[in-house]
Design a protein around this ligand. Sequence first.
Ligand SMILES: [Zn+2]
Length: 253
Amino acid sequence: MPRRRRRAALQVLALGLAAATMLGVAGAVDGAPSPSATTEPASAPNRDLPTPLVDMTISRRSEDPGRTVNLTIDDGPDPQWTPRFLDVLARNGAKAVFCMLGPNAEAHPGLARQVVAAGHRLCDHSVSHDTAMDHKDVAYQQQEIVDGLRMIQDATGGAPVPYYRAPGGAFTPESRQIAAAHGMRPLGWNVDTRDFERPGVEKILETTREQLRIGPTVLLHDGGGNRTQTLQALEQLLPWLKAEGYTFSFPQQ
Ligand SMILES: [Zn+2]
């Protein structure tokens, strides 16, 4: 093959591989973890290239070794429910990531600060909770992510926001890049309790116990409706986790 044509063929192959890798990562958001989604960053960063502040692959693993669980609590803060979540977590010595919607943090800055003061971590969960965000243009995604972050930072007086979770897990390669450029690691989950559907306390517990075999990061909600079932499930789940030898950790940043 002439050299020029061979080079062109190699370029097409490289582009195809890059696209396949991106699709593989983006498509793995809601299902079981894929190896590519949890790949560690290279240990020796290339000094010639700008390195993102954080890894832009989707985080699901714990930052601590051993039998761990990462609680993640979405869609608040909510004045009716969030204080009760803080209470059950404190009584059980558990920590969580609170994935806040910007306007909710803006409306309840005292609650957002209480979350930080109790030692929990913050996650930007966008402005509008648009679960079709992955079908919208990049400018829209940027605005949703960056405005959400700014609202949470304003409410908390500039507390660190180390994670970004797309509404409904609707990540795109671009949204992961935007999050990383603002110091936030994209945050996924392993255990989908579907607590927002209010399937019953027993069902939430059963789903959690089953899916913890997949991985440590559990998705729960303190906003978006009546969260009595989630709270009742946590009252049982947290002591059970401790009895089973789990420790409470955070997803890798
Ligand atoms: Zn949500």
